[in-house]
Design a binder for this molecule. Structure first.
Ligand SMILES: NC(=O)CCC(=O)C(=O)O
Length: 316
């Protein structure tokens, strides 16, 4: 548990959130993502984030069709990852290597061997050498029903993940990864902050009913509660005459005081850049010392007993 004001971020780091407009053509989506990741690297980003389901349209009707297995540790370690079998994995790994960045590669529908549904909404993180260093399976599935507005039931087709994911990005420190609806559950971000993350990184795709009300509110809330950076990366909103799920967009990075450092226009593709600074976390925690004022004698620590993991064991 972190109880001092020493920053969990050891040096300045530049993050880029890439707001893409993905469509039905998977190879095209992967190429577009690659182009933008390389552009972000040219602009000196160290950590690059892609949106939720960036290789496919977002929707229950698409998950199965676009799902791909993730190569198990044995195949990755032996260096025998087959591009035909794992096209998105192959492309993401190459993007990280060619751009020489940490890549929090949004999410993709994952085909697994695990019952009951065999499909997950999964985020993979790569280091600049192309090694897979983190796997987060969306824990809280997006099941909502707002009459006359939106009904969505991810749990019809997906299984939920079960593990909070904290990933070490040397030499900077650790990030906690969550996917979209996960951000509504403040315990998860609190666990990440207590486990020493300097940022919560959340690929997401909010909708046009809740997006305007909740997207920025939740990002700023999680940042303020936990005095960490929050990076939310969405697909761009498609045009009115395009069928299917419409993402809210407005990818953003928020600082530990809750200030929005940069935000994309919802309806446009674009890249949001922000410089994350150790002293921003340190000064926030020193000035408003909630990290040391918690009343564990009154309420339990939500992070107690939760193991910090990078999720790689899920792929054994
Ligand atoms: N993809 C998602 O999980 C969407 C979450 C969302 O729109 C919300 O309101 O929450």
């Amino acid at each position: 548990m972190s109880t001092t004001t020493k920053s969990p971020l050891s040096r300045p780091v530049k993050i880029a959130c890439i707001q893409l407009l993905s469509g039905k053509d998977k190879p095209k989506n992967l190429l577009l993502a690659r182009e933008k990741v390389l552009e972000a690297a040219q602009n000196k980003a160290d950590i690059v984030v892609l949106p939720e389901c960036f290789n496919s349209p977002y929707g229950c009707e698409w998950f199965d069709q676009y799902a791909e297995p993730i190569p198990p540790n044995s195949e990755r370690e032996a260096g025998v990852v087959d591009e035909q079998k794992y096209p998105s994995f192959f492309a993401m790994r190459k993007m990280a290597i060619d751009a020489k960045v940490y890549l929090v590669a949004g999410s993709i529908p994952e085909r697994s061997k695990s019952p009951p549904k065999y499909l997950y909404n999964t985020s993979l993180t790569f280091n600049p050498q192309g090694s897979l260093i983190g796997v987060h399976r969306k824990i809280h599935l997006f099941d909502i029903d707002i009459p006359g507005k939106i009904k969505f039931t991810e749990s019809d087709v997906l299984s939920p993940g079960h593990t909070p994911t904290v990933i070490n990005l040397p030499p900077y420190g650790s990030i906690g990864v969550q996917i979209c609806y996960d951000i509504r559950f403040p315990e998860l971000s609190a666990i990440y902050a207590r486990k020493g993350a300097f940022a919560v990184v959340a690929p997401g795709a909010f909708n046009l009913t809740t997006g305007p009300l909740h997207w920025e509110l939740l990002a700023r809330g999680r940042a303020t509660d936990n005095q960490v950076y929050v990076a939310m990366c969405s697909p761009a909103r498609s045009a009115d005459d395009v069928e299917g799920y419409k993402a809210w967009g407005e990818s953003m990075v928020v600082d530990p005081m809750g200030k929005v450092l940069g935000k994309a226009d919802g309806g446009k593709e674009g890249v949001v850049y922000a410089e994350l600074k150790p002293e921003a976390i340190e000064n926030t925690r020193a000035g408003i010392p909630v990290t040391m004022q918690r009343r564990w004698d009154v309420y339990p620590d939500v992070s107690a007993g939760v193991e910090r993991g990078d999720g790689l064991d899920l792929l054994e």
